[in-house]
Ligand binder design. Structure first.
Ligand SMILES: Nc1nc2c(c(=O)[nH]1)N[C@H]1C(S)=C(S)[C@@H](COP(=O)(O)OP(=O)(O)OC[C@H]3O[C@@H](n4cnc5c(=O)[nH]c(N)nc54)[C@H](O)[C@@H]3O)O[C@H]1N2
Ligand SMILES: Nc1nc2c(c(=O)[nH]1)N[C@H]1C(S)=C(S)[C@@H](COP(=O)(O)OP(=O)(O)OC[C@H]3O[C@@H](n4cnc5c(=O)[nH]c(N)nc54)[C@H](O)[C@@H]3O)O[C@H]1N2
Ligand code: SF4
Ligand SMILES: [Mo]
Length: 860
């Protein structure tokens, strides 16, 4: 079968992928050597896309309640309920909650329907939780939401500053590009992050600043550059408006204290910045997800404007996007705070949009932002909502409140490709969407490069494109202008809108593609809008000048005696959000098997927790149980937890329940990274784990988590009380066991024709056998029953240790002994000896850490 060029399903780097179908829903995946985002490389998530394209767990048919329905019936119901709600309560009583994982074509149709036809701007997206602060900062500084950088600026920079970005894990191919620049031209790297991440570990300088002290840091840096005459007076005079009192408002002293870093480190940062005019400052969620997120982003942009480090090769403030199409959503106008194609809500802009759409009405002003939208549902003001390609019951701040809101909303529609999600449980109607590898359309990556996602598999069941479902509902609501035969026709209309009465006022203009034919769309190569210097002809303000913005450098997150610690949340290298897709991949599930709460060893001791034990993390919003991991990489009194586990995969590890709804006043983006919290030991009366080939049932115990393995599933379990009922988790079959429930021990294995089907280990002491060998036996014959019950082979093979390289299955101990025995001193030498790190390269930072003497390798 023929190879298809498409774009990766995951992050905003937007790597080109070549997928070659090899059978029924199987494909080989390779990087596209011609794609300008990755030139053939793929990270671990992209590399293992092939493990996620089966039909396990897919939503294949529309569902009304718990009944399978036909599309006609489902669409009629959605249209009639929306129409009836609008008729009775007005357009403001309905909403769409969309996502940066929709394609531009899907997003365009959703935005047009809501803002032009239903007539309210109550369409917001998960980008509110992700990019909204960067968007707001761009608009304040540049007059338009345009990222002024491109990836090739990273190749040309002499200094790269990463702020609140775990690039090595979350944008691995951009990270590899940064590494290449460091090798090629000695580019200096500074990482600003409270945690010593793998990104920070290899940097020239890591500033482990106090949470939310970024504004002080960047305002301080700007003040310093001014006092040592490093501002670009010419650039300021020609291209920048400076508000009154701006310079007076900058803090000059106290910066090291506010940031809680050494003055010498601060000075090193100042010196590096002063000495390297070609600077790129790349930022993501440590900046955006803050109650001062917009000010943080503007503090960074201010610095670049005032030093003239923008619009030149190798220089600029670079907000990197999270989702594959976060940028496309911003372009069409999917945020409630934008109208369409980078226009706001002035009379002229609304009139222009209405004439373009030839729509019966137009929204009057901004709509409800995500948190306000869910709040309005909770209060009964939003009575019908359509959620597309996002899982807010997991990902909203104070997820318990989001669930209360969903439960209170009379009509909830959920479009997803997965049948069972935490959000789907609240839906009256579920609509089956096409998934990656089936859908057709475009995405825009972090550097404004638009590229095609192409299908290479037939749509399964009754799944249909999101744009199609939205257009069908629009037609059923009696609206004209939604007769789209295909994605290409929508793309042409979007392209036309970007150029409509634009006359150079907005940088976003792809109207050159208006007349693109179907064949040309089918073969469209990636292209960047705005070029490498999008503001070359002036900024998108009336006077063509950018604006410095006065920022507030005091963090206002208030703790209390009950919650004296700070809770930070974020991502793991090999999982994607609520794990609906990466969770299907055994390879990707090896990197982290449980949700950990990372805590400094001193804090662990002080709070009498046990490293490797369980602990309950609690905030004013809720609590959840995590596995404790002692990490010297954490600041003291700070906690870090991952966002990936859901009700589908665990009873615990639920990050979403913990952050509050406090948000940035300008962007409305929640402060996910700095929540007052506390943590206490949870000491279960027993611990255990279960291995099964069949999809395991939900156990009834206080703590469990489930992940995929090559042979089935691994579940970690812990709880209180009776353990006898746990044997019920095992399937029927020949059982071999060694149970002494009185003493609190169960060791059982279920065999069929000598093949291990399942195994259960429970212990009232904390002692349990290691998992790796047993995991490898699942679904296989060969191990003797006594070996299985012992949890190890009679002649033990050397323990490989935790898997570091998922591509080649190379364990920690294998690498450590190779380093020691073969005297390996570089990542390259390890690669040559073991293969580790030579495929996707995502584990290279972890391997680098093993080469650092004295490094804590326990969880790293
Ligand atoms: N593996 C993987 N990659 C992903 C994703 C995924 O789910 N998994 N999701 C994608 C998406 S949608 C997004 S938005 C991106 C996010 O990409 P990142 O922003 O890189 O990821 P996060 O882990 O959310 O947070 C980044 C860092 O911000 C730090 N931080 C916290 N508070 C502060 C602070 O006050 N100041 C500073 N300077 N730093 C702080 C955290 O310690 C953390 O290390 O990743 C994308 N890529
Ligand atoms: N505490 C905390 N919370 C956070 C964050 C944090 O750092 N900390 N980060 C925030 C950020 S940056 C983000 S981006 C969000 C992400 O949070 P979510 O958007 O809620 O996470 P996903 O798991 O990516 O949800 C996407 C859903 O869409 C489905 N899907 C995939 N493709 C399609 C498609 O083409 N059509 C349809 N209809 N469905 C599809 C998937 O199966 C999945 O169920 O989380 C936010 N929440
Ligand atoms: S960096 Fe990885 S996840 Fe992101 S687009 Fe590229 S291959 Fe996909
Ligand atoms: Mo995101």
């Amino acid at each position: 079968m023929t190879a298809v060029r498409t774009t990766c399903a995951y992050c905003g780097v937007g790597c080109g992928v070549i997928a070659t179908p090899t059978g029924n829903r199987t494909a080989t995946i390779a990087g596209d050597p011609d794609h300008p985002a990755n030139f053939g490389k793929l990270c671990s998530k992209g590399t293992h896309l092939g493990e996620t394209i089966g039909l396990e767990g897919r939503l294949l048919y529309p569902m009304i309640g718990s009944e399978r329905a036909g599309w006609h019936e489902a669409l009629d119901l959605v249209a009639s309920r929306f129409a009836a709600t609008i008729a009775e309560y007005g357009p403001e009583s309905v909403a769409f909650y969309a996502s940066g994982q929709m394609l531009t074509e899907d997003y365009y149709v959703a935005n047009k329907l809501m803002k032009g036809f239903i007539g309210t701007a109550n369409i917001d997206t998960n980008s509110r939780l992700c990019m909204a602060s960067a968007v707001a900062a761009h608009v304040r500084a540049f007059g338009e939401d345009v990222v002024p950088c491109s990836y090739n600026d990273l190749d040309a920079a002499d200094l790269i500053v990463l702020v609140g970005s775990n690039t090595a894990w979350c944008h691995p191919i951009v990270w590899q590009r940064i590494e290449a620049a460091r090798v090629a031209r000695g580019t200096k790297l500074v990482v600003i992050d409270p945690r010593r991440t793998e990104t920070a570990a290899g940097a020239d300088l890591h500033l482990a600043i106090a949470p939310d002290s970024d504004v002080a840091l960047f305002a301080g840096l700007l003040s310093e550059m001014r006092s040592i005459w490093r501002l670009d007076g010419r650039y300021l005079a020609d291209h920048v408006t400076v508000p009154e009192g701006f310079w007076k408002g900058l803090p000059a002293t106290d910066v090291a204290r506010i940031c809680d870093i050494e003055t010498t480190d601060l000075q090193t940062f100042y010196d590096l910045f002063a000495d390297h005019p070609r600077t790129v400052t790349l930022f993501s969620q440590g900046v955006n997800q803050s109650i001062s997120g917009t000010d943080k982003a503007n503090a960074i942009i201010n610095l670049h404007l005032a030093t003239g480090r923008i619009g030149k090769p190798g220089a600029g403030p670079f907000s990197i996007t999270g989702q594959p199409n976060a940028m496309g959503g911003r372009e069409v106008g999917g945020l409630a705070s934008m109208l369409a194609v980078h226009m706001g809500f002035s009379d002229a802009e609304r009139d222009r949009a209405q004439r373009f759409w030839q729509s019966p009405t137009i929204c009057t002003g901004p709509g409800l932002k995500a948190v306000d939208m869910f709040d309005a549902m909770a209060r009964g003001r939003i009575k019908a909502v359509w959620i597309m390609a996002t899982n807010p019951a997991v990902s909203m701040p104070d997820a318990r409140m989001a669930r209360v809101a969903l439960a209170n909303c009379p009509f909830v529609v959920v479009s997803d490709c997965v049948a069972e999600t935490d959000t789907g449980r609240y839906a009256q109607v579920k609509l089956p969407a096409l998934a990656w590898g089936e859908k057709e359309g475009t995405v825009t990556n972090s550097e404004r490069c638009i590229s095609r996602q192409r299908g290479f598999m037939a749509p399964p069941g009754d799944a249909r494109a999101d744009w199609w479902a939205i257009a069908e509902v629009a037609k059923r609501m009696g609206f004209t202008g939604f007769d789209y035969p295909d994605a290409a026709s929508i793309f042409r209309e979007f392209a036309a809108q970007t150029g409509f009465e634009n006359d150079g006022a907005r940088v976003l203009d792809i109207s050159g593609k208006v007349a693109i034919g179907d064949a040309e769309y089918a073969s469209m190569a990636p292209f960047q809008w705005g070029g490498t210097s999008p503001f070359a002809n002036g900024y998108a303000t009336p006077d063509g000048k950018a604006r410095l913005v006065s920022v507030d450098h005091v963090s206002r997150v208030d703790g209390s005696r009950a919650f004296p610690l700070r809770l930070n949340t974020g991502r793991y290298r090999d999982q994607w959000h609520s794990m609906t897709r990466t969770g299907l991949s055994p390879k990707l599930s090896q990197h982290r098997r449980e949700p950990l709460v990372e805590i400094h060893p001193e804090t662990i001791q002080r709070l009498r927790l046990s490293d490797g034990g369980l602990a309950r993390v609690e905030t004013a919003q809720g609590s959840s149980i995590f596995r404790v991991a002692g990490m010297v990489e954490q600041r003291r009194r700070e906690l870090f937890i991952p966002i990936h586990w859901t009700d589908q995969t665990s009873a615990g590890g639920r990050a979403g329940l913990l952050p509050g709804q406090d948000r940035d006043p300008v962007s409305g983006q929640p402060g996910f990274k700095n929540t007052p919290a506390t943590v206490s030991a949870y000491k279960p009366s027993w611990n255990g784990f279960l291995l099964t080939r069949d999809h395991p049932a939900r156990p009834d115990c206080t703590y469990w988590t489930r992940i995929r393995t090559a042979g089935g599933w691994l579940m970690e379990l812990a709880g209180d009380g009776d353990i006898t009922a746990l044997s019920g988790l095992l399937p029927e079959g020949e059982r071999v066991e060694m149970a002494d429930t009185k003493r609190g021990v169960i060791r059982s294995a279920v065999m069929k024709d000598g093949v291990l089907q399942a195994a259960l280990f429970v212990s009232r002491s904390a002692e349990l056998p290691p998992r790796d060998w047993l995991v490898a036996q699942l679904g296989k014959a060969g191990a003797a029953p006594f070996e299985l019950l012992a949890g190890r082979p009679a002649t033990p093979a050397p323990d490989r240790g935790r898997i570091i390289c998922v591509c080649f299955d190379v364990g920690l101990n294998v690498i450590l002994s190779a380093i020691a025995e073969q005297k390996l001193v570089s990542i390259e030498a390890i690669g040559a000896a073991l293969g580790a790190g030579t495929n996707c390269g995502s584990c290279r930072p972890a391997i680098a850490a093993l080469l650092e003497p004295g490094k804590d390798i326990h969880h790293g």
